[in-house]
Design a binder for this molecule. Sequence first.
Ligand code: BEZ
Length: 238
Amino acid sequence: MRITMEETIATPMPRIGDPAPEFTAVTTQGDINFPGDYKGSWVILFSHPADFTPVCTTEFMTFASMQDEFAELNTKLVGLSVDGLYSHIAWLRTIKDKIEFNGMKDIEVTFPLIEDITMKVAEKYGMIMPGEDSTKAVRAVFVIDPKGTIRTIIYYPLSLGRNFDELKRVIVALQAADALEVATPADWRPGDRVIVPPAGSCGTAKERMDGEVEGVECVDWFFCTKAYSEDEVFAAIK
Ligand code: BEZ
C-alpha cells in the first residue's frame, strides 16, 4: 500500500491538546478499542517502519525492557506498524529467541503491537510521511493522558532510533507539571528546580520578587523557580 502526498494533506494530523483519534484494531495481544480501553492510564502510542528491521528491533527490545518502569508511571505501551499480525508474531518470536542487544536478550514483548496493513490508523495519526517513505510509518510517538488527550508528539525519521530515557523523562515531566502546577525547564530531571507559573497563582509579582513566597526564587519578574526534591516529585505523581 502507498499513501500519496495529496491523501496525506487531505487527512488532518492530530495535534497536542486534541482528543486522541479513536480506532479499533487487531493486535498481538487481542483486539483493542483506542483510546477507550486506556482511560485512566497514560499511553505511549508509537509507530515503527517495519518488522524484521534492525533499528526497530533495538527499539522494541529497549521498550520491552523498560515496560515495568513505564508501568510504575501508570503508562502503557502500544506499538504499530503497517505489517500484518503474523509478521508481528514471527518478528517478536525471533527477537525473543535470537537477538541480543546492549546486554539485553531473551526479551519478550508483551505490550500490544497493532497490525495496520490498511494504514488506516497510521494515516489517522499522521504517521505516514510520503517525503520520507509512502509505504511505511515514520517513528512517531504520541503521549496520551488518562483523559485521552494528546499531550506530546515526537517524530523521528526512519534512520534514527529513539532515545527511551527521553521518552520516560517526558512522562515524568508531564505528570509533574500536572501534579505540581508548574512547568519544567530545559533538560529538567526530577530533583531539578521547576518553573513556577506567572504571578497570580503563586503570589503577586512583587511578593515573588521580594522573596515573600515560600520556596520561590525569582531572578526577574517572569523567571521564578522552586525546588522540589526527587522524592517530592515522585510522591506528587503517585
Ligand atoms: C530499521 O528499523 O532498521 C529501519 C527501518 C526502515 C528503514 C530504515 C531502517
